[in-house]
Structure formats: C-alpha cells, structure tokens
Design a binder for this molecule. Structure first.
Ligand code: LLP
Length: 423
C-alpha cells in the first residue's frame, strides 16, 4: 500500500479483504477475537507529519490532545514524531511521560485541576498551565510557592463564539464553563504581574470539536489576535498563543475545511505576532487511523424493522449514543453481489441507547461475520467503560506487514481489581 493512500484512510480493501496497511484485519481478529480496536501506525504518523508540515512556515508546536486517545502505543508513535501533548489530568500526564514525551512540550488544560495534579505538573516541568479561572490561578500560585518554583501559565480566554457543532462538544460561548471572560483578562493580568510565583507567558482558547466551518475559527482567532496586540501595547509581551484543537473531519457528509485553509487562517492572524503558536488537535490527527471490529451475533426482524446484534456496544464506542455520531460500517469480507438491507446495528447492552448505527443500509450478512466501524481511533477506546460488567476490548497496532497487540482484552481480574466483599 502506498503512503498517500494511508494518509487518506489507513484502511482499504485489498483483494476483497479489509486491510490495515498490509495486514488483513481478519488475520488479526482470528487471534484476538472481537470486538477489537485496530490502529495503523503509518496513518498516525502521516497525519502527524501532514499537520506539522501545514504550519512549517511559522514558529509552532503541535500538541496532541491526549483525551482523544491515551493509549501508550499511540502516544509513543506521536512522541516519536516530535509532537508535544495537551493534558487534562494527572493520569494523562503519567501516560505521556511513560510514552517518552518531552516534559517541556506539555500543556496542562482543564477547568478542574486539583492541587496534587498541579504540584505533579510543576515537578515535571511542563511548558505551561492553561488557566481557566481566577480561583484556579490562586491554587497554582499556592502550589508554586510551596514547591519554590515559578509556574508558567497562559490564560485560557473564552472568545464567546458559537460553533455549529453538536451541543455537547461546543466550548467557546460565554454560557460554557470553559475559559476566562474577555473582560476579566486585563484586571487578572495586572494582578499576575505583581506575583513572583507566576510567569504569564501566553493566551489560549479552544472553541469546540468537530468544527466543519472556518467562520468560528476566524472569529475566535481575530479576537485572540486583537487581545494579544492590546496586551502588547500595554507593555505585556507574551511568548505563546495556544489555538486549541477542533478542526473537523469527514465521517459522513460533512465538508470540513481543508487543513491548508485552516493553516493559512492561523498564519494570517498570528505569523507576525512573534509568539510560539501552539496547536492542540486530537481528532484530526487520528480519527481515520483506527477501526473497531465487531462480529454479528444475531439478526432479528420485528414488524419489518431489521436489527443486527453485534458483540460491540455503547460501552466500547459511545459516540453514536452520546453525540448521534455516524461511523461508516464495512464488512471485513467484501462481496458486492449481496443484496442490501436497512438495519439498526445494536450492541448487547440493556439500554435502548445502545446502538452503533440506525437505519443503515448494509449488505446482508450472516451471524459470525465481522464488520468494521471506521474512524474509531479518536474518542473511541478513550471513552469506553465497563458498563454492564463488560470487558474492554484489546488494542492492536499495525506497522506495515506486522502487527502487535498493544493492550490485551480485559480479564475477569481486571474487572474486579481493588474491590472487596463485605465481612
Ligand atoms: N484542546 C482542548 C482544550 C480540548 O478540550 C479538546 C477537546 C481538544 C483540544 C481537542 O479537540 P479535537 O481536535 O479533538 O476536536 N468526545 C467528543 C469530543 C470531545 C472534545 C473535547 N475537547 C467526540 O467524540 O466527539
């Protein structure tokens, strides 16, 4: 398989078999069983390279948003490409350190950092904390004083823009819990300048996820650029500007802006500001680099409505349930002669919301056959759970002709670890 093909989609049919790079997925699931998450290292790496190249003419650092996928093998592949990371918990900090990240390339975001997490990040020597409130800032100051160091921070500003994305993944409006109000920034900055434990080095924003128009970015970036210049004219020169993530991908019929146009928007607003531009893509770097393979258990027809009951459910991939998200579904074995039928693809959990697709036109299939849900690498495994006492699936990384199970299927011991019975 050619590298360009991997860049478009890590998974393609080859002699009627769905393959990741040069491995037929069936070969993998024969050993691992289903459900199973399978990633393509080539796709991960080429996505990262493409993103970095799009910004090559400006001083920038790409920091992968770990929340999209914190699996160590994925983080390790990105660290190997020179990516930094955007974190939201002490657990994510521990993960990137295990995966070999450079501590100086770490950004710590999130509205509710605890004292312990802040102290851990200070000891690690991260690039910056993106601060979301005056009270959080006071806590960081206490931690810095106690640890005898200076905390590097950026203020995460809420640019008050609306994005046309799903309500649960919008973050940039003043009604949302994220960021500091524009009007508060100046008074906060004046206060910070008197504090020796805090070094204000930048501004940050993040307006939402799966954004498929440029207009909200344009609005947010122009507000951020103006704020940056206003501060400069008041003698406050900042060294970093963090533009968050959020660039959408095409799952179905969306038409997200091309990366090059997003990059030129960033350049237009920030090339002249002489700051390090930080970018926090999650989804864009890996959505297409992984699939979830599941097996058809049973078929059922109720008054003309068809159900495909499969062995993966909402605990393995919650995006369809939570965000009405659409994932393309392909059979591992292609057979174009099969008739098609409209079916709901549902999991084994006891919830009506346990579905992976609704009214989807699919080839007629028999129990035992396998299906792949595409573009499942971003917010797939990362949002999985043990609901209904289900064991989380294994994860596999393909690299060319070879593959490796990077995390085994959970066992019964994993399920009950740490629990005690009453005396
Ligand atoms: N930076 C910050 C501060 C964020 O909160 C997020 C995502 C990102 C970067 C990365 O955004 P991305 O480039 O991936 O759009 N679970 C949802 C998405 C939640 C996004 C949360 N924040 C989903 O599956 O659609």
């Amino acid at each position: 398989m050619k590298q360009e093909e991997i860049a478009v989609k890590g998974f393609l049919y080859c002699r009627r078999k769905l393959c990741g790079e040069e491995v037929a997925l069936k070969e993998i699931t024969r050993e691992t069983g289903t459900p199973c998450y399978i990633y393509s290292r080539g796709a991960l790496q080429s996505n990262a390279r493409r993103f970095q190249e799009a910004f090559s003419t400006i001083n920038h650092r790409v920091c992968f948003a770990v929340k999209a996928n914190r699996s160590l093998a994925v983080l390790q592949a990105f660290a190997g490409q020179g990516l930094g990371f955007d974190l939201v918990s002490g657990g994510e900090l521990a993960a990137v350190i295990r995966a070999g990240a450079n501590p100086h390339h770490l950004i710590y975001s999130g509205v509710g950092k605890t004292k312990e997490e802040i102290c851990l990040a200070l000891r690690t020597g991260i690039l910056q904390f993106n601060v979301e409130s005056a009270e959080e800032l006071a806590q960081i100051r206490v931690c810095a004083r106690e640890s005898g160091c200076v905390a590097p921070i950026a203020l995460r500003v809420n640019p008050d823009v609306e994005t046309g994305t799903h309500p649960y993944i919008r973050t940039g409006s003043s009604r949302h819990k994220f960021g500091i109000d524009f009007q508060e920034v100046f008074s906060l900055v004046r206060e910070i300048r008197r504090w020796k434990e805090i070094r204000l080095q930048g501004l940050a924003c993040h307006i939402g996820s799966q954004i498929c128009q440029l207009a909200p970015f344009e609005e947010a970036f122009s507000r951020m650029a103006r704020l940056f210049q206003d501060l400069k004219s008041q003698g406050i020169a900042l060294q970093t500007v963090d533009l968050g993530g959020g660039l959408g991908v095409r799952y179905n019929r969306e038409t997200p802006p091309p990366l090059a146009r997003y990059a030129s928007l960033v350049r237009r607003h920030f090339a002249s500001c002489q700051a390090l531009v930080l970018l926090e893509p999650g989804r864009y770097l890996l959505a297409d680099a992984g699939v979830l393979v599941t097996r058809l258990l049973y078929r059922k027809e109720t008054r003309g409505k068809h159900f495909y009951i499969v062995d993966a459910g909402m605990n393995d991939l919650i995006r369809p349930t939570l965000y009405q998200a659409w994932h393309e579904i392909l059979p591992l074995q292609l057979n174009s002669k099969r008739p098609r039928l409209k079916a709901d693809v549902v999991g084994p959990l006891c919830e009506t919301g346990d579905f992976l697709a609704r009214d989807r036109l699919l080839p007629e299939m028999k129990p035992g056959e396998e299906l792949a849900l595409l573009q499942a690498a971003a917010y797939g495994y990362a949002q999985s759970s043990n609901y209904n006492a289900r064991l989380r699936p294994p994860e596999v990384m393909i690299n060319g002709k070879t593959w490796q199970e990077t995390r085994p299927r959970e066992s019964e011991e994993d399920l009950f670890r740490g629990e005690t019975l009453l005396p």
